[in-house]
Design a protein around this ligand. Structure first.
Ligand code: KIV
Length: 328
């Protein structure tokens, strides 16, 4: 009696789960049909044109191919394989721990997932600061092994020789200025940049020198809005802001912040959805299904012929093991 009830409960659960899955699939299919498909890969030239035409460009961090595929489907123009992968994927407390080879591997995965999206690779701590030649080679690895479209370095004007050398080698450089998280240990934490007049003017001078050296894009992090506004006014290349206010040509935030998966988010990167509780619910639902053996239809079957042959083979094994002194 009890097993009948369990069976009935399982089949009802299966029917409603299949209906819900089908409904989800239909909703998703229509959303995908409605969403814009990029016909050709976005290039740095088309992106610059877009930005100069006044269209704001969206950038999100991304560290894997599956997510990249969805973000490309959404129409996001730039995916940043940030050194924040060290925090978001590996659980380090700071980006200074992010390994170079790991980031190159992630970059290649993101590009495979989003072949028509511009992928910006972030050069991690000490992959370019110690020696310019090493910096150029490592940047090259992001392009050849990682298939990156742009390579980002956290810099000020003291890195002009490196940027010039990278640029001469054919590497599309993004100069990340303003707040530079790779300096956070030295500075005793994260802080905004350009809050004093002297610092703001220094930031503008850094930008000018780096663009003159060949940087094709600027990324400015954590500055007062009026400083970024002046930067955009003076800049001949697109400016992506990360907590730098609305004047920038584009904006970037960490995807996990946007999804509400992080314990804390900066004020400029408030969550768009509360994905954490949804993830919890999915995990708990899976636990419940495992505990009640509610696994859905089983996809693998045997033909009648194979099943009969298998039964015969099992019978032989049983008699063999009985004959050789095994237990029945
Ligand atoms: O690594 C990163 O995610 C970044 C952005 C926050 C700008 O550099």
């Amino acid at each position: 009696m009890l097993s009948d009830e369990i069976l009935m409960h399982q089949s009802q659960a299966e029917t409603s789960r299949n209906a819900a899955t089908e409904q989800n699939r239909r909703t998703l299919a229509s959303e995908i049909a409605d969403s814009p498909q990029r016909a050709a890969p976005l290039t740095i030239r088309s992106l610059s044109k877009l930005m100069r035409s006044g269209q704001r460009v969206s950038c999100l961090t991304c560290y894997d191919a599956t997510t990249a595929r969805w973000l490309e489907q959404a129409g996001i123009e730039v995916l940043l394989v940030g050194d924040t992968a060290g925090e978001m994927v590996l659980g380090f407390s700071s980006t200074v721990h992010t390994p170079l080879d790991f980031l190159i591997t992630l970059t290649a995965g993101v590009k495979r997932g989003a072949p028509n999206t511009l992928v910006m690779a972030d050069m991690p701590f000490l992959s370019y600061q110690a020696d310019d030649a090493e910096g150029v080679r490592n940047a090259g690895r992001f392009m050849t092994e990682g298939n990156a479209d742009l390579v980002k370095v956290e810099v000020d004007r003291s890195f002009v020789p490196l940027v010039a050398r990278m640029s001469r080698a054919g590497i599309p450089v993004v100069a990340h200025i303003g707040s530079r998280p790779q300096l956070s240990k030295q500075q005793g934490g994260y802080s905004a940049a350009g809050k004093s007049c002297i610092d703001a003017v220094a930031l503008l001078d850094d930008a000018r020198a780096l663009v003159d050296a060949g940087a094709q894009m600027l990324l400015v992090e954590a500055t007062p809005a009026e400083v970024a506004e002046q930067l955009v006014r003076e800049s001949s290349v697109p400016v992506i802001g990360c907590g730098a206010g609305p004047a920038c040509h584009g904006q970037v935030v960490v995807l996990q912040d946007l999804l509400g998966l992080t314990a804390w988010q900066p004020a400029f990167a408030l969550p768009a959805i509360d994905f954490g509780p949804q993830l919890l619910a999915a995990a708990r639902g899976w636990m419940q299904r495992v505990r009640t053996n509610d696994l859905g239809p089983h996809p693998y079957t045997m033909t009648d012929v194979q099943r009969d042959a298998f039964a015969a083979a099992v019978a032989v094994r049983r008699s063999d093991s009985t004959g050789s002194g095994g237990t029945t």
